[in-house]
Write a protein that binds this ligand. Structure first.
Ligand code: FBP
Length: 304
């Protein structure tokens, strides 16, 4: 596999990783239309678990089919496809080595009363399915946060030893955080930093708002420019070892294309490594989704 200078530089950030893990990071970074640029756009499809099948797939029934998502990610020229065990098992055989996959190893569901996730896959599943990485979610702030971090520590250690890359979704939620605080800029940067400290290669957070969530952090933010999304993203990226980790931002609930593209422009301007866009892709009819994903990719290619 050809690896560009930009990707070589990024791989140097991961000083302690073995050739297997670096090779799998390179697979993701060299794939698709953004291959070699150091930016990525990833399709995540774990929303069936998180929000239920009807909310996720009824608006575009073709998306009930696991094959649909592999094909969508491939046809859109994306960098990787992330999903829970059953979703990947049901289609991986038809797409061997076609696109790097990320096996999501834990999931929550909308019936849960607690802010926790069940571990639903293993590192050996990821290896058996030819995945490039494992994916895991932590909820900093939840009553179960330390348990989740400890589960992640064990799985990440195993994955790294097996030469896989590790992607961590760091989504603050819990009794001290209302909905607005979950995306407050200080909380988002804090969650991203903890993901870096936990050893994630790729860190996934939500786009940060201008709000401050922790009173104890307010003073520190008097000296930090958080006036635009780009500035806030810059701050989140800086919080991840001064930009020495890949940081990607989620797409969020289905919204109109103009809104989403405006957010992506801010993410790109702030130095985000990319986007991970699920609902805004697969809830749209395929042709519309492909057109939107092409626009997102174009923004990360630096096209206005
Ligand atoms: P979306 O682009 O659909 O927001 O996907 C990103 C994601 O992290 C999914 O992997 C996950 O299922 C979902 O967001 C969780 O969303 P929420 O926090 O809104 O329940």
């Amino acid at each position: 596999m050809r690896v560009t200078q930009r990707v070589k530089k990024i791989l140097e950030w991961y000083e302690s990783d073995n050739p297997g893990t670096k090779g799998n990071l390179a697979r993701i970074l060299m794939q698709g239309k953004l291959g070699g640029s150091g930016r990525v756009v990833i399709l995540p499809v774990d929303q069936g678990f998180e929000h239920g099948p009807a909310r996720s797939f009824a608006s575009n029934p073709a998306a009930y089919d696991p094959h649909y998502h592999f094909q969508l990610a491939l046809d859109a020229g994306l960098s990787a496809y992330a999903a829970p065990l059953g979703m990947i098992e049901a289609a991986a055989g038809s797409y061997p080595a076609a696109i790097p996959t990320i096996l999501k190893l834990n999931s929550s569901n909308s019936l849960a009363t607690e802010k926790d996730q069940a571990v639903t896959g293993t590192v050996s599943d990821a290896l058996r399915l030819g995945c490039a990485a494992i994916g895991f979610t932590i909820y900093p702030g939840s009553e179960y946060q330390f348990q989740m971090m400890e589960e992640f520590r064990e799985l990440a250690e195993e994955a790294k030893a097996a030469g896989l890359a590790v992607v961590l979704w760091s989504y603050p939620r819990g009794p001290l955080l209302d909905k607005a605080a979950e995306t407050a800029v200080d909380i988002c940067a804090y969650a991203a930093h903890m993901a870096a400290l936990l050893g994630a290669h790729i860190i996934k957070v939500k786009p940060p708002s201008q709000q401050i969530g922790l009173e104890s952090a307010r003073k520190a933010y008097e000296k930090i420019d958080i006036s635009t999304l780009a500035k806030r993203v810059e701050h989140v990226v800086q919080s991840c070892f001064n930009g020495r980790r890949l940081v990607v931002f989620s797409g969020g609930e289905a919204t109109d294309s103009a809104n989403l593209l405006e957010v992506v422009r801010g993410l790109h301007a702030g130095g985000a490594s990319g986007s991970i866009v699920g609902r805004n892709a697969f809830t749209r009819p395929r042709e519309e989704a492909l057109a939107l994903l092409a626009q997102i990719v174009a923004i990360y290619q630096g096209k206005p």
